[in-house]
Ligand binder design. Structure first.
Ligand code: SF4
Ligand code: SF4
Ligand code: FES
Length: 889
């Protein structure tokens, strides 16, 4: 292995760069304005309210100056000349005129050329009514054309990706889409082809445009050339109503505009949050709105089915019931448990903070059990997470070094991947990747430390302390995976105390217990006191649910509360041994979320199950009572993202059927026990949370900021004024409202956040040095990682995404395939302590020697529609690592 010490890659700065901003004064249309030296003229003009028309300029991408729509007059030594405002930087004493006759004539001319080949499609174009070309032609165009020549014609539309269509004759060659693909996402499968009059955007002839960010190209295309298959022809812009909200498909918490027409969700657009998503969304978050209503004809055991009425199992079948009957039956089941500790709750990551708080109050206060857990055995110890000094997304994106000790972020937290990628591409951030199966950031990482399951804490020790663990690592039957030079470089990038270093930490392998990775995180936290941590717990509002006390060992507000409650896996085991008899499932389906399917199935068979859910799922086959909840885009509340930012969830459509919000269900169920939760609605609950714990739900609900960061006033950023050209389709919130808000807050409201007694590293249980024996020569260790298009509720319930779920394939290091004489594309017999199965294999150099990797939530075969695949029987949650054998057939 080549030492990276000899690499010629430019190093990112090891210390914070001193901010040296110089203010310059210029004149725009006779008015004196100030700007930062180096700022683009178009951006400086925007800030002072002077709008310069543009097509190719986008504030989040490098300027290219290709459309010439932004020509303005700038005085220079040779008099006033026309210059593109998006491509020149402001300078001291610059004199600019954006309104002169010369400028207007130039803008007319540019529009006339752009329209030379543009079809008269507006009445049938998705963009009609929100199209900058339409608007600017009305505002600046000449009113009639002098062209009589035939326009370009193309077969229309062509499919350039699974989700994106292209009408080539509408394209004005602004290159926003191609720049986004190559510059922002790193998926350069679309580019310009042809020259002159024949130029067109074209997909790669060999690779499909399968970017998980493809919807952003549609959003930023300034005309109707790119359209999204799921939205095409479904609505007209003038019929749309909109609220600002937060995406809860994963835990990044991207800010979104949710639009509807006649109480039907139609579109989700990314809003430019400086703190979070910079306007970008992933395709799963953007298109999963169809899963809210789901697929009517799907069976109850399919998570694509929306649940709209309460149900009770009678004579072996789930039958519709009234809310009164269902609540009484649920109360009867809970009361029939022999002791309070025989009742437990699993789930909650899909709830709002207010829903989570109400349920924890019900379980702790009314039932008397601490066995509640919003994670499914694949997360991190919430005490450890709460004890870590938390980084914001911006801090991670701007750190000198990020240490990636997590799954593939492009698959798990896609927009966090985009935010980190920017610094790695620019060279302002270095990455040290510690991974068991590689990631989309591997190629950009300065140091790659491949890690086998069960070894991560040894590598952490080697980085933080000394070389001693290297001998153990080298004793692996397949040898060590990195050189001492790699280790030296990693140490150098992290430094002595971790200043300006962010550790991005999660569960990269769900076939491995949490013990090794939690030990590694603790080692880093103890040895690098100046470092910060960004935990990548990935489910929608899992961070908020844990902070609200849906965990056995934390009370609401992240207060440490050592109790005797059981975690999810402990609950499932306790059911199989008879210590627990009732499970209440909050939100997500247990069988779809717990990786150890045999354990979950055995527990669900033995327990009484009350499912509080908005969607069906395989676990409903075991449910005794089903209580239907409202889901995303139907409910008001707050959620907390990975950095601890509490932001508003706004309802956009009326909930269907007899669904209720969780606060109401928990409160009414408490009434069945003769108790009052004292929580009547989400607003009141948010205020109660803040008043009792200091956790800023009430403030976030009223805030005019981009959410309120728990304990971090300094990490709050103001909502950016919307740039309708940068984000076409999003009308200003000032015009359409920002969902229910009770008024502005005093900043002192938020300052109470974080006053709770937070846990420290000394409260974290578990062995910091777990001893895990080395495997024998024939054994391989299993890595189970994730894919964005897993076979879960969001994807299954969305017609356009359903076809994107991949089939299962075993990824194996080429060295190991050669060893057993199997070629990539062939099949092997995979055997574990639980059984044996034949599976297709693919050579993958990112998987370390001595390991095999599988993706969770993939399909057993292309034809299979359920989620059962080899992962579902092979992972044993009792084992720290899962050993398998692989044989040729
Ligand atoms: S398809 Fe749209 S975004 Fe892409 S170059 Fe053409 S006009 Fe610009
Ligand atoms: S990254 Fe996460 S929060 Fe952002 S759009 Fe995608 S799913 Fe939604
Ligand atoms: S050249 Fe300036 S916006 Fe296109």
């Amino acid at each position: 292995m080549t030492s990276l010490l000899t690499s010629t890659t430019t190093d990112a700065p090891m210390t914070d760069a001193l901010e040296t901003r110089t203010i310059v004064t210029l004149t725009v249309n006779g008015r004196e304005v100030t700007a930062t030296k180096g700022e683009m003229l178009i951006a400086a003009a925007d800030r002072v309210g002077t709008y310069i028309p543009r097509f190719c300029y986008h504030p989040r991408m490098e300027p290219v100056g290709v459309c010439r729509m932004c020509l303005v007059e700038v005085d220079g030594p040779r008099g006033a000349t026309l210059q593109p405002a998006c491509y020149i930087q402001v300078g001291e004493g610059m004199v600019v005129n954006t309104e002169s006759e010369k400028v207007k004539k130039a803008q007319d001319g540019v529009l006339e050329f752009l329209l030379a080949n543009h079809p008269l499609d507006c009445p049938v174009c998705d963009k009609g009514g929100e199209c900058p070309l339409q608007d600017q032609t009305l505002a600046h165009g000449s009113g009639e054309t002098r062209f009589i020549e035939e326009k370009r014609h193309f077969p229309k539309p062509i499919e350039i990706g699974e989700l994106v269509l292209l009408d080539r004759e509408r394209c004005i060659q602004c290159s926003r889409c191609t720049r986004f693909a190559s510059e922002v996402a790193g998926d350069a499968q679309i580019d310009f082809a042809g020259r002159g009059d024949n130029i067109e955007v074209a997909p790669s002839p060999t690779e499909p445009f399968d970017s998980v960010f493809s919807g952003n190209t549609v959003q930023i295309c300034p005309v109707g050339a790119l359209t999204a298959k799921p939205y095409r022809f479904t609505a007209r812009p003038w019929d749309l109503e909109q609220v600002e909200s937060t995406c809860t498909t994963c835990a990044v918490g991207c800010r979104v505009a949710v639009q509807s027409s006649s109480n039907r969700l139609t579109r989700v657009l990314g809003m430019d949050s400086e703190a979070v998503n910079h306007g970008w969304l992933c395709d799963k978050g953007r298109f999963a709105i169809d899963s809210v209503v789901g697929i009517d004809e799907a069976p109850l055991t399919d998570s694509a089915r929306r649940i709209m009425e309460p149900m009770i199992r009678r004579n072996g079948e789930l039958e519709t019931a009234t809310w009164g009957e269902a609540l009484r039956e649920a109360a009867r089941i809970i009361s029939s448990a022999p002791t309070p500790s025989a009742v437990g709750a699993i789930g909650g990551a899909a709830l709002t903070n207010e829903g989570a708080f109400a349920w924890q109050r019900f379980f702790r206060g009314v039932v008397g059990t601490d066995s509640i857990d919003a994670q499914y055995g694949d997360g991190l110890d919430p005490v450890l997470v709460a004890a870590l000094p938390r980084a914001t997304i911006n801090e991670a994106a701007e750190a000198c070094t990020v240490v990636l000790l997590t799954g593939d972020l492009r698959e798990e937290l896609p927009v966090l991947f985009l935010r980190l990628r920017e610094g790695l591409v620019k060279g302002t951030t270095n990455a040290v990747e510690m991974s068991a199966s590689g990631s989309a950031l591997s190629a950009l990482s300065r140091v790659k430390l491949p890690i086998r399951p069960g070894e991560v804490h040894l590598v952490a020790q080697a980085i933080a302390t000394d070389d001693a663990p290297l001998a153990t690592l080298a004793s692996h039957p397949h040898g060590g995976l990195f050189t001492s030079a790699d280790l030296v470089e990693a140490r150098r990038l992290i430094g002595d105390d971790g200043s300006s270093v962010v550790f991005v930490v999660g569960r990269p392998n769900v076939a491995e217990s949490a013990a090794p990775i939690e030990a590694a995180i603790r080692i880093f936290a103890e040895h690098f006191p100046q470092a910060k941590f960004l935990p990548t717990l990935r489910r929608g509002n899992v961070n908020g649910a844990l902070d609200m006390g849906l965990t056995p060992n934390l009370a609401p507000g992240q207060q440490f509360a050592p109790t005797a409650g059981r975690s999810t896996l402990e609950q499932l085991r306790a059911v199989t041994t008879g210590e627990q008899s009732v499970i209440v499932a909050l939100g997500g389906d247990i069988l779809e979320n717990v990786v150890d399917t045999p354990l979950a199935t055995a527990a669900l068979k033995a327990a009484s199950l009350i499912a509080v859910t908005g969607h069906g799922g395989p676990s409903l086959a075991f449910a005794d009572v089903v209580l239907p909840t409202t889901v995303m885009h139907e409910r008001l509340g707050t959620v907390t993202n990975i950095e601890g930012r509490v932001s508003l969830l706004a309802p956009k459509v009326t909930p269907p059927g007899s669904t209720w919000p969780d606060v109401a269900i928990a409160s009414e169920l408490a009434e069945e026990f003769g108790q009052h939760l004292g929580l009547s609605d989400p607003e009141e609950t948010a205020n109660v949370i803040e008043a009792t714990t200091g956790y800023p739900c009430g403030s976030a609900m009223r805030s005019a900021m981009e959410g309120v960061v728990v304990g971090r006033i300094d990490a709050q950023t103001e909502r950016r004024p919307l740039d309708p050209m940068a984000f076409p389709g999003i009308r200003s919130a000032d015009l359409v409202g920002i969902a229910p808000r009770a008024g502005a807050i005093a900043s002192s409201d938020a300052s109470t956040a974080g006053v709770a007694v937070r846990p420290t590293l000394s409260n974290v249980a578990g062995d910091i040095n777990p001893v895990i024996p080395m495997p024998d020569t024939y054994s391989l260790r299993l890595v189970v990682d994730r894919t964005i298009y897993d076979n879960g509720a969001a994807v299954r319930g969305t017609e356009a995404l359903r076809a994107l779920v991949p089939t299962s394939v075993l990824r194996v290091n080429p060295h190991d395939l050669t060893r057993i004489g199997v070629t990539s594309g062939g099949a092997v017999r995979l055997t574990s302590a639980r059984g044996s199965e034949v599976i297709a294999v693919l050579a993958d150099g990112a998987v370390p020697r001595g390991c095999v990797a599988l993706r969770l939530g993939t399909l057993a075969t292309a034809e299979a529609s359920d989620s059962a695949n080899v992962v579902n029987w092979i992972v044993d949650s009792e084992q720290v690592v899962v050993e398998v054998r692989m044989e040729s057939l």
